[in-house]
Design a protein. Structure first.
Length: 131
C-alpha cells in the first residue's frame, strides 16, 4: 500500500449503500460496486458481502420498530456468483422471524445485468440476539 492510499473502513463501505424501500420486515437497497469493494481478483470482496449481510440484518430488525437491533449470534454467506466494478447490486432483506430474544433475517444480493435481469451474487442469513 502506498503512503497515499488510505484503507477503506467497513463503515465507509455500507455508507455507499442506498436504501430504496422499507416496510415492516422488508428492506431493499442498492450499491454500485466500486474499486474499494474489490478483492485481488477484481470482484466483490467476501468481507464486503458479509458486511452488507450484517448491516442489512440490523436494518430489517429496525424496520419492525425496535430501538435496539441486538448483537449477532450467527452470520452465514453463500457466495453464488460474482460482481465486478461498475455493476449495480440489489440487496433485499426480509425477516423470517422476530421473536422475544432472537431475530432471523434472510438477505439476497443480486447484480443487475443488461436488460434488467438479475443474477444472484450471494445469499445470506443473519441471526441476532435482540433481548
Amino acid at each position: 500500500m502506498s503512503t497515499e492510499e488510505q484503507p477503506i473502513s467497513i463503515q465507509e463501505n455500507v455508507e455507499q449503500v442506498k436504501i430504496t424501500s422499507v416496510s415492516k420486515g422488508h428492506v431493499s437497497a442498492s450499491l454500485r460496486v466500486e474499486s474499494n469493494h474489490l478483492n485481488s481478483k477484481n470482484t466483490l470482496h467476501g468481507t464486503v458481502t458479509t458486511c452488507i449481510i450484517d448491516w442489512m440484518g440490523s436494518m430489517v430488525i429496525a424496520s419492525h420498530g425496535l430501538q435496539k437491533t441486538g448483537v449477532s449470534t450467527d452470520i452465514h454467506a453463500s457466495f453464488v456468483g460474482f460482481a465486478a466494478e461498475g455493476e449495480e447490486l440489489i440487496i433485499e432483506g426480509r425477516s423470517e422471524k422476530i421473536g422475544r430474544s432472537l431475530a432471523f433475517v434472510s438477505v439476497m444480493i443480486e447484480k443487475v445485468k443488461e436488460g434488467g435481469e438479475r443474477q444472484v451474487v450471494s445469499k445470506g442469513s443473519h441471526t441476532k440476539y435482540i433481548n
